[in-house]
Design a protein around this ligand. Structure first.
Ligand code: K2U
Ligand code: ZN
Length: 168
């Protein structure tokens, strides 16, 4: 298992659309192990393969208090969105130090493959629903700041680019 480098906004690779996983094999299972280790080390409660510059449709999530309930979603698809749109504060491991509110559907039904390549469905609400939508956005090349105003996006981009210059 390896802790991978997480791409930082506005890296253009974060806007690549991930490809469907053709076969759930040992390569994908190793990717999931690396993603999980990277997520727990960050620490975060979700991670999309896009964020470690692997453009395959794989997501890991752990919203448990005990941090030992890993959920794996391969080729996740939102098949149902319902409920009043809810506003939730979001952050992102690829946009360090930035938190803002995003409005999303309250409940989602997600269809995906598990690590055995078997199909399953997950009905999610609350933080899991927010995180699933956030991670599937990543697989579609969308970062949560793109839900904010153009002015906020511009200010966040400038702030993170300055941080990178200062760190160099
Ligand atoms: O995609 C990521 O960068 C992982 C996010 C997932 C997330 C975003 C918004 C709301 C919930 C989860 C990270 O875990 S960001 C760090 C974080 C941790 C706890 C709560 C909110 C954000
Ligand atoms: Zn994120």
């Amino acid at each position: 298992m390896t802790i991978k480098t997480i791409l930082r906004y506005p890296d253009p690779r974060l806007h690549q659309v991930a490809a469907p996983v053709a076969e759930v094999n040992d390569v994908i299972r190793e990717l999931v192990r690396d993603m999980a280790e990277t997520m727990y080390a960050a620490p975060g409660i979700g991670l999309a393969a896009t964020q470690i510059d692997v453009h395959q449709r794989v997501v890991v999530i752990d919203v448990s208090e005990s941090r030992d309930q890993l959920q794996v979603f391969i080729n996740p698809e939102i098949v149902l969105s319902e409920g009043e749109p809810t506003v939730h504060e979001e952050g992102c491991l690829s946009v360090p130090g930035i938190f803002d509110t995003v409005e999303r559907p309250a409940r989602v039904r997600v269809r995906a493959l598990n690590l055995d390549g078997q199909g399953f469905e997950c009905d999610a609400e609350g933080l899991l629903a927010v995180c699933l939508q956030h991670e599937i956005d990543h697989l579609n090349g969308k970062v949560f700041v793109q839900h904010l105003s153009r002015l906020k996006q511009s200010r966040i981009r400038s702030k993170l680019l300055k941080q990178e210059r200062d760190a160099a």
